[in-house]
Design a protein around this ligand. Structure first.
Ligand code: AMP
Length: 281
């Protein structure tokens, strides 16, 4: 695996190899787990060259302490990427991606920016777009692989690709979970064993919504989920969203012709977890 730290070196190398095949790209913030590795695997199966980046992007953290506590495990990550057969690892530093500082351009992301994650993490999606636009401009991938785990982020990136008129195809990959149902996340390493066990309540709650949606008692379902999370060690809940999966508008009633996504964001053991489940009828 080739490791490069500057955009210039990377774009020179990629220009040479694009005539021989397609480039697939997996952006990450490191502290890699099976979820990330599943993206690498998918990327390898659909591209000639697989590029991964590790960059903990400061502009997307609305909470300074979350940024400071973000796990860094570079040596382990490199070993995992080599084992997974990644071809190129891009490891830029902040100065490389933000040479003019981090007061930056903004994007018109419409309502998507102010609801759910956007509401509870002001500025987060602007930061995500700032970094992804920079990375896409350097790498110019044919395909970009991202996880459904961050459902709203996938919708934002689809919009960004459209806004900046890029030809990259977004491939959304399934969420990888622990055997318990807990979605894998770099932040899980900050959970105590007890909290990690209790955190399964998010998955169980989404399953509960799925099983009970057709009863049409949406408010009762949300109340049940709230109490299930609270009795399982969660300290606060940002949202329990039962939405139209295409627009993220909150549903007021069940309609079998509308695709549904359930999204939950809640705190346990001082860690904010998010997860979602698509419900097909
Ligand atoms: P992150 O390092 O958290 O920024 O995540 C990098 C990419 O991995 C994003 O596209 C995430 O959606 C994806 N990802 C994170 N966790 C998982 C998971 N459990 N399953 C699948 N993809 C994931």
């Amino acid at each position: 695996m080739i490791i490069l730290k500057t955009g210039l070196e990377l774009s020179i190398l990629l220009e040479k190899i694009t005539c021989n095949g397609t480039i697939g790209y997996v952006p990450t913030m490191g502290a890699l787990h099976e979820g990330h590795l599943s993206l690498i695997k998918k990327c390898k199966s659909e591209s000639t060259f697989t590029v991964c980046s590790i960059f903990v992007n400061p502009t997307q953290f609305n909470d300074k302490s979350d940024f400071e506590k973000y796990p860094v495990k570079l040596e382990e990550d490199i070993a995992l990427l080599i084992q997974a057969g990644c071809d190129i690892l891009f490891l830029p530093n902040v100065k490389e991606l933000y040479p003019d500082g981090t007061t930056l351009e903004t994007y018109n992301l419409g309502a998507l920016e102010t609801i759910w994650e956007g509401k509870y993490r002001p500025g987060h999606f602007q930061g995500v777009c700032q970094v992804v636009q920079r990375l896409l401009s350097i790498i110019k991938p044919n395909k970009l692989f991202m996880g459904q785990k961050d459902y709203q982020q996938c919708m934002i990136i689809q919009q960004l690709i459209h806004l900046i008129d890029f030809k990259t195809e977004l491939v959304i990959c399934s969420t990888i979970r622990e055997a318990s149902g807990l979605a894998m996340s770099s932040r899980n390493v900050r959970l105590s064993l007890k909290a990690k066990t209790a955190a399964v309540a998010i998955f169980d709650s989404m399953q509960y919504v799925k099983d009970n949606l057709s009863s049409n008692e949406l408010e009762n379902i949300k109340a049940k989920v709230t109490s299930n999370l609270m009795i399982n060690e969660f300290s606060s809940i940002d949202y329990i969203a039962i939405c139209n999966a295409l627009t993220l508008e909150s549903l007021t009633k069940y309609d079998s012709s509308v695709p549904v996504v359930v999204m939950i964001a809640a705190f346990i053991d001082g860690v904010r977890l998010i997860d979602n489940m698509l419900i097909s009828h």
